[in-house]
Design a protein. Structure first.
Length: 169
């Protein structure tokens, strides 16, 4: 398997990201939130990294890492400091289930926990996205609670630094 690389997402990725998200498999997995790519990709706030995963120079996936306590819409509500929250997806259906998501998560988690102040990482897959639940559980994430964000019923998963260090990918 070829190695993945990450680069920062650019405004010029907006159309590709929007087209990826309009695919039925991603609408089903992620819901139909409007990520406002053209607006958001032109900003680089300190509390967020938006990244494109590339395979042999070709974009295949997207990942976002935020500090949920500092994120300006307070999507996660009142949140303790020193956490990170992730969103991840592969945009090309033929590349699902081949280990690329696992590689992306390994890189993302190393990036999160490289900051020694970070205590843990949160995820909020839709309650209906059972494939994602299995994927995250395999990586050591633990189910915390069911929670409704906007209109989406989600499962909250958490990986503490201690569990990350125990089960390092
Ligand atoms: C969730 C997602 C990122 C996982 O990435 P992925 O590349 O599909 O997942 P992986 O291939 O790394 O691992 C998933 C499965 O493939 C298997 N796998 C791992 N390496 C593999 C390889 N080299 N070849 C074949 N299968 C492999 C894993 O064992 C796992 O098997 P499982 O069915 O028993 O769980 C991806 O499926 C995706 O983008 N889904 C749609 C969007 C989504 O749901 N995002 C999450 C929102 S919270």
């Amino acid at each position: 398997m070829s190695a993945l690389q990450f680069r920062l997402a650019e405004l010029s990725d907006a159309d590709m990201l929007q087209a990826w998200q309009q695919q039925p498999f991603l609408q089903q997995a992620l819901g139909d939130d409007d990520w406002q790519w053209h607006t958001e990709l032109s900003k680089r706030p300190a509390w967020r990294e938006q990244l494109i995963a590339e395979l042999d120079g070709q974009p295949i996936g997207f990942m976002e890492i935020i500090d949920p306590a500092l994120e300006e819409s307070h999507y996660w509500g009142a949140c303790e400091p020193n956490l990170r929250a992730l969103d991840i997806w592969i945009g090309i259906p033929a590349l699902l289930g081949q280990g690329y998501g696992t590689q992306m998560m390994a890189i993302a988690l190393a990036r999160c926990f490289a900051d020694k102040s970070v205590k843990g990482v949160l995820l909020d897959p839709l309650a209906s996205n059972t494939k994602a639940h299995r994927f995250y559980e395999k990586l050591g994430f633990e189910f915390q609670t069911q929670r409704t964000f906007d209109d989406d019923v989600c499962y909250v998963y958490y990986l503490s630094r201690a569990n990350y260090e125990k089960s390092r990918l």
